[in-house]
Design a protein around this ligand. Structure first.
Ligand code: PLP
Length: 402
């Protein structure tokens, strides 16, 4: 008996695989790199040394540099210091955290609130607390990556329905009538700007005995009465939406996120969610800053009214110059270009004309749907919007000529 030469198995090297993948991404126009921001004031932003008008930030109400918000942060940091020093359950839970939770709960008309150091972590916490293996997580296909990741991490069965299609949600829920289920959707879709059909989804969730969860990262502060967000805008409250996410890094101009919900839900999450327990609490000064930003947002409704006016002006102007927009009534106004390289070229052309607009490519958006994501801000003037429209007309001409 003679053993033939053993086939030598070659273990693939991780670094060489990364190199191959990176080269392929570069060829497909998919490479990503952060642009370094220098000075910034209002909508003026210095990018790699050039001052541009910023049309890609989520600081919708223009609060991130508000002197009162900055002062709240500085005053708190002056006596608290910077870091919370521990997680909430150890010794990192400060009065500023509680006061912020209470202010957000009161604003939203929800019984309880729980602060997280980011919206990403809050979504992991929600899904992981509620769902186990064998449970069902039904989600809109265009939900934020953190919700998708959350379902995967929880080990639940993730079923995604076609974007904003309640029939699809119902079909997915009915496919597993015996499984405990969470129905989760973004309130405002971050790359499309449209508002989810929350009213119908709430009815479905109730009929199917699924818990309904809305991630309102882009609606809070911007939509609805008192700027409460997409849930209030849709005429819903804690009765139909027992749990929702308000993030602090977008319209409120800070960082962190707050879940608001029925007491039993919030208590369960605070008690057991790993992304709440095993991470350092948000710096208390950031909580103080967020409370200050919320107070300004509420007492200065002109910010969201002005924003709505700018959105209407942008949409009217785009129609006049034949630039096709998506069906969005929010400050997120994407222009679908299609190919990755064309979207990048369009963003570069805008940059040359003095505008900073993001080119969004897969996997953030579906293949073949690369786009310019224009976001409007309460600090923009009508003249800023008109100037951007002029530049977009130039982009459209160039695309048509090619
Ligand atoms: C930005 C965003 C998040 C994440 O929030 P962070 O606080 O930035 O981590 C979650 N969901 C949606 C829909 C978002 O747009």
């Amino acid at each position: 008996m003679s053993a033939g030469p053993r086939e030598r198995v070659v273990r693939p090297g991780l670094l060489s695989r990364l190199a191959v993948e990176r080269a392929a991404r570069a060829r497909a126009g998919l490479e990503r790199r952060s642009r370094e921001i220098g000075a910034r004031e209002g909508i003026a932003i210095e990018v790699d040394g050039q001052v541009l008008r910023n049309f890609c930030s989520n600081d919708y109400l223009g609060l991130s540099q508000h002197p009162e918000v900055v002062a709240a942060l500085q005053e708190c940091a002056a006596w608290r210091g910077v870091g919370a020093g521990a997680s909430h359950l150890v010794c990192g839970h400060y009065r500023e955290h509680r006061e912020l939770e209470e202010a957000i709960a009161e604003w939203q008309g929800y019984p309880r609130a729980l602060l997280f150091s980011s919206g990403y972590l809050a979504n992991l916490a929600v899904v992981q607390t509620l769902l186990r293996e064998g449970d069902l997580c039904v989600q809109d296909k265009l939900n934020h990556a953190s919700l998708i990741d959350a379902a995967r991490l929880a080990g639940a069965e993730l079923k995604r329905y076609p974007h904003a299609l309640p029939d699809g949600a119902l079909r997915q829920l009915r496919s597993q009538p015996a499984a405990a289920a969470l129905l989760a959707t973004d309130g405002v879709f971050s790359m499309d700007g449209d508002i989810a059909p929350l009213k119908i989804l709430a009815v479905l969730a109730r009929a199917e005995n699924a818990t309904f969860y809305v991630d309102d990262a882009h609606g809070a502060g911007v939509l609805g009465p008192d700027g409460c967000g997409s849930v209030a805008h849709s005429g819903l409250s804690v009765n139909e939406v027992p749990l929702q996410l308000i993030t602090l890094g977008k319209a409120l101009g800070g960082a962190g996120a707050v879940l608001v919900g029925q007491a039993a839900l919030i208590e369960a999450i605070a008690d057991s969610a790993r992304p709440y327990i095993y991470t350092t609490a948000l710096p208390p000064a950031l909580a103080a800053a967020a409370r200050s930003a919320l107070a300004i947002a509420r007492r200065e409704p002109w910010r969201r009214f002005k924003l709505a006016g700018l959105v209407a002006r942008f949409r009217r102007g785009a129609q006049q110059i034949g630039v096709g927009l998506m069906d969005s009534s929010t400050p997120i106004q994407p222009i679908v270009i299609g190919s990755n390289t064309a979207a990048l070229a369009a963003a570069r052309q805008l940059e040359k004309a003095g505008f900073f607009v993001g080119a969004i490519r897969p996997p953030t958006v579906p293949e073949g749907r690369a786009r310019l994501r224009v976001t409007l801000n309460a600090l923009h003037s009508e003249a800023d919007v008109d100037a951007l429209l002029d530049a977009l007309a130039g982009v459209a001409r160039r695309l048509a000529g090619e």
